[in-house]
Design a protein around this ligand. Structure first.
Ligand code: ADP
Ligand code: ASP
Ligand code: MG
Length: 409
């Protein structure tokens, strides 16, 4: 039998009515002759609630117990989905990550899938199981503890199963009807894309577009999974994430992404000597701080300022790691300035490879709206800037407008 993976996000399984709605979609595919692996998220809001409880229990919590707690939302929805399908006369069974098993690294809270053993599932499908309802987001560490794959990780569960099971497609059902030029909640004129290249989606996701977890796009690209994002509430075609060659026409800039909760940190007056960047960013990496942009100032009398950005909630870890490096005598600085009121806005497009002047147009559009740019980084297919958080929506709209993203060129 051909196989299909169908993933339902939090809003698509938010209550029993929605679970029944999703189940009706699954039934259609079963009736069409597919063996289906359904991947479910926790009910919307559930994971946030669980994370909140863990944080309340103590600031320095044990990451293994964090995973034991936050993985539980998916256990509930997988069981409820299996029950709902059974009530419709479908042979369905729930599977927790450890039961499959989905083998991951032991990086609790942000584990990576290493291997999915599909023998058990294969045997059950051969035995007449029509739908395997898999709890998304969960895995099993080499130490036999439950792990989770990072926020939004059910997307990655879905793509990894599609690759492991050799599924024809991986359909991601969510609360929007596809991938847009930017978050449609911020820009009402945002346009739905019929297709988007893996590489562009990878950049958009890693720069903040939470419609797909970054790792899921990476896996889809590597294993050539036909990945589709579509609405679980409306019957409309969604967006296909595919190879660049499968896209006939596209704009120079395909989308605008943003990350609201960034921080800008500046180490004031560090020695400008070989090895200083390694001495600063080594300890930060070891402390799990996700450093993004880095700028080193021009030096004066052998000393320089080093500026970098990271997520706001990692600032305390960054501060601690740098203070400890100073105590060990590895670095020496006169102060650490933390601006926790910044946000990052990025434009992405494979067309930038062959078009000059894209960055200039971006800076001009921001300047016209009086938005000051604090840090800039570029790569082949993206330009990112750090700005004051209070201008975030304004900047996203200005860029969407400047690049005419509401229109297909
Ligand atoms: P789910 O719970 O189904 O996984 P998410 O909330 O994780 O859903 O992702 C869907 C949301 O992603 C949308 O509601 C939308 O607000 C947001 N989003 C951000 N950027 C984009 C984009 N470029 N296109 C579509 N949705 C986007
Ligand atoms: N429930 C998890 C989260 O909210 C995983 C997911 O929904 O993809 O992050
Ligand atoms: Mg999600």
């Amino acid at each position: 039998m051909p196989r299909l993976v169908m993933k339902f996000g939090g809003t698509s399984v938010a209550d029993l009515d929605r679970i029944r709605n999703a189940a009706a979609r699954i039934k259609r595919e079963v009736d069409a002759g597919y063996d289906v692996a359904v991947v479910v998220s926790a009910m919307s809001g559930k994971t946030n609630e669980l994370v909140g409880w863990v944080r309340e229990s103590g600031a320095l919590y044990d990451a293994r117990e964090y995973d034991a707690v936050v993985s539980s939302g998916e256990q509930v929805t997988s069981g409820l989905m299996a029950l709902t399908l059974q009530a419709m006369g479908i042979e369905a069974r729930s599977w927790q990550g450890w039961q499959v098993p989905v083998r991951t690294t032991s990086a609790h809270g942000a584990a990576r899938i290493e291997d999915i053993e599909t023998q058990n599932l294969d045997a059950k499908f051969s035995d007449g199981m029509q739908v395997a309802v898999i709890a998304g987001f969960q895995g099993l560490s080499p130490e036999n503890r439950i792990t989770t794959l990072g926020r939004g990780g059910s997307d990655t569960t879905a793509v990894a199963f599609a690759a492991a099971l050799g599924a024809e497609r991986c359909d991601i059902y969510t609360d929007v009807d596809g991938i847009y030029t930017t978050d449609p909640r911020i820009v009402a004129e945002a346009r739905k894309l019929d297709r988007i290249a893996y590489e562009e989606m990878l950049e958009l996701a890693s720069l903040g577009a939470k419609v797909l977890q970054t790792r899921s796009v990476e896996l889809a690209m590597r294993y050539k999974v036909r990945l589709q994002v579509l609405s679980s509430f409306e019957d409309k075609p969604g967006t296909l994430v595919c190879d660049e060659e499968e896209i006939m026409e596209s704009n120079v800039v395909s989308g605008v992404a943003f990350q609201r909760d960034e921080a800008k940190l500046t180490l004031i007056s560090v020695a400008d000597r070989p090895g200083i960047a390694a001495a600063i960013f080594g300890p930060l990496a070891d402390a799990g701080v996700n450093v993004d942009m880095i700028v080193q100032n021009i030096s004066e009398e052998g000393r320089t300022d080093m500026t970098f950005s990271c997520p706001v909630d990692e600032v305390p870890h960054a501060r601690k790691a740098l203070e400890q490096a100073m105590e060990r005598g590895e670095i020496n600085y006169h102060g650490l300035d933390a601006d926790t009121n910044v946000a990052k806005v990025s434009i992405v497009g494979i067309g930038m490879r062959s078009h000059a002047g894209v960055a200039k147009k971006m800076f001009r559009a921001l300047a016209n709206d009086g938005v000051n740019i604090k840090v800039i980084t570029t790569s082949e297919i993206k330009v990112s800037v750090l700005i004051d958080r209070k201008y975030l929506e304004l900047a996203v709209r200005a860029l969407h407008d400047a690049f005419d993203l509401e229109k297909a060129n």
